[in-house]
Design a protein around this ligand. Structure first.
Ligand code: BGC
Length: 551
């Protein structure tokens, strides 16, 4: 493998800036906070970080509503702070990927304001998706599409003369109008934005909603199958008219040519919630993006049979287009895997959980399973994304008071869906500090649970049994043995509840069942390198993963 293709094996750590570290004490994390904590990420052993949006934004969707793509929101700092962060990360051999949000802007973006101030049919309107309404007086939305966050996907505007006017499309919140990617001005603007960040030295982009930019011609009505309500992906290859349209791919081919002009392998990672994996692989054909989050893997329950199938399908689908599989278990949109994998209540992606949700596991049980799941993931060939706080074993915060919630999903569904705040609670760094060391004051944009005191990084540092130490060791071994660049071969005969395979010199066994599994068949000539929970004699207990190496 070409050594410059760092992204094929990289471990990339997602930083959610508002919740990572706060340098000012206003309760919202910022760029200088990140810079001040980079040593912790270096010690963890990650190859790169991905920063969720820190651009100028009214923050109606935590920064995924961008008003100026080429500046830093004062909440997070300045462009100079960003440059310092980038240099400090590079000095530690940590690459930096930024978030690109091309599907929609904020309604406070200059272009959208100009669109509202201009007449129907004007070039200003043509950068977004404005349509006349249906019915008498145009008072009904142009079609029946429902927003991912709940409610209609269309909002009617008032024209400059005060009359009820056209409707504009927003797949997400009303504050996030969709661009019209058939418009050349939009395409040119995003080339400019890409160059702006590439020229500054970023190593790549995570591309938000990479399956949504092109809508089916004519914007036909669509009724999703009931199971998919509220989901980002709808779980079918026959996509709804706003997801997975073939036209998105020429956009990424164009971007790839642009990024390839730059030295050092600048990459794109697709956030494309599409099924099946063979369809997702289209985003990472050799002339398109480099990585696509493996959401099929993220969505797989902790069940050996299902895991074996999804791992096989992932490797087949992505290697079929010469791309790495890009494993992920948690991010800022899903219930943290220390809770999710043990939930017994039904929970659709994006719905979130809260005090009234059924089937929430005990913390210890959820953590045990999460540690096993992580150790399994970190042994797989390909690239891996981690979400900030998972290395501390943070669970979803299920006790957030309703009054503290900020996710637009909560508001647009009138509290029917909790939304994603529970995975976004600011990190604990020091058990004794105000806001558990998140910042210099007690302020925290979401309240932190008391459990944070015991999970704070300073409590876990250097402790043999901590989750932080487990991640550090596993990442060290992963790198030393080049597991990311390895090859998986299944080991049969360990039982139905086992996920067992070799990757190079390593043998891995994960027990997803309720009974112990004997290690004896695997032990001859091997020794245990690392386990997610203590093994008992020569058996692997339930919810445990073991890595073995030849003596
Ligand atoms: C991001 C979400 C965001 C949405 C709209 C997603 O896929 O990850 O956090 O709300 O796009 O930008």
């Amino acid at each position: 493998m070409n050594a410059s293709e760092w992204w094929r094996t990289a471990v990339i750590y997602q930083i959610y800036p508002r919740s990572f570290a706060d340098s000012t004490g206003d309760g919202i994390g910022d760029l200088n906070g990140i810079t001040s904590r980079l040593d912790a990420l270096h010690e963890l052993g990650v190859d790169a970080v991905w920063l969720s949006p820190f651009y100028t934004s009214p923050q109606h969707d935590a920064g995924y509503d961008v008003a100026n793509y080429c500046d830093v929101d004062p909440l997070f700092g300045t462009l100079a702070d960003f440059d310092r962060l980038l240099a400090a990360a590079h000095a530690r051999d940590i690459r930096v990927i930024v978030d690109l949000v091309p599907n929609h802007s904020s309604n406070e973006h200059e272009w959208f304001k100009a669109a509202l101030a201009s007449a129907p049919g004007s070039p200003e309107r043509a950068r977004y998706i404005f349509r006349d309404g249906k019915g008498k007086d145009g008072s009904e939305p142009p079609n029946n599409w429902q927003s991912v966050f709940g409610g209609p996907m269309w909002t009617r505007i008032t024209e400059a003369d005060g009359a009820p006017g056209q409707w504009y499309l927003h797949i997400f919140d009303v504050s996030q109008p969709d661009f019209d990617w058939c418009n050349d001005e939009v395409r040119a603007e995003f080339r400019r934005i890409l160059r702006f960040w590439l020229d500054r030295g970023v190593d790549g982009f995570r591309v938000d909603v990479a399956h949504g930019l092109i809508k089916a011609p004519g914007l036909p009505d669509y009724t999703p199958p009931p199971v998919a309500a509220g989901s980002m992906g709808d779980g079918v290859a026959a996509c709804p008219p706003y997801w997975g349209q073939d036209g998105v791919h020429e956009i990424y081919r164009d971007w790839r040519v642009l990024a390839d002009e730059y030295p050092g392998a600048r990459i794109f990672c697709a956030e494309a919630w599409v099924d099946p994996l063979s369809f997702a692989a289209k985003w990472v054909r050799p002339d398109e993006m480099h990585q696509a989050f493996n959401f099929a893997y993220l969505s797989t329950p902790w069940e050996a049979g299902a895991l074996r199938v999804v791992i096989d399908e992932s490797i087949a689908a992505f290697s079929g287009v010469s791309a790495p599989a890009t494993w992920v278990l948690s991010n800022h949109d899903v219930v943290r895997h220390a809770t999710r994998l043990s939930l017994t209540g039904k929970n659709l992606q994006g719905d979130g959980i809260g005090p009234r949700s059924p089937g929430i596991p005990r913390y210890e049980d959820g953590l045990r399973r999460a540690r096993a799941a992580t150790l399994l993931m970190l042994a797989l060939p390909g690239s891996v994304y981690l979400f900030q706080g998972e290395e501390l074993g943070l669970p979803e915060d299920v006790e957030l008071p309703d009054a503290a919630r900020q996710d637009p999903t909560w508001f647009r569904t009138h509290g029917e869906r909790y939304g994603r705040d529970g995975c976004r609670v600011p990190l604990p760094w020091e058990s004794e500090g105000p806001s558990y060391g998140f910042g210099p004051t007690a302020a925290s944009w979401l309240p932190q649970p008391r459990l944070w005191a015991q999970l704070a990084r300073d409590q876990q540092t250097g402790r043999d049994d901590s989750t932080l130490t487990l991640y550090q060791r596993a990442l060290r071994i992963r790198r030393a043995r080049n597991l990311g660049g390895g090859e998986l071969t299944w080991v049969r005969g360990c039982g139905r509840s086992a996920v067992a395979f070799t990757n190079g010199t390593l043998t891995v066994l994960a027990n997803t069942g309720g009974a112990p599994i004997s290690l004896l068949p695997l032990l001859s000539g091997s020794h245990v390198l690392i386990t997610s929970s203590p093994t008992v004699g020569s058996t692997v207990p339930p919810d445990t993963t073991v890595w073995l190496a030849k003596r």
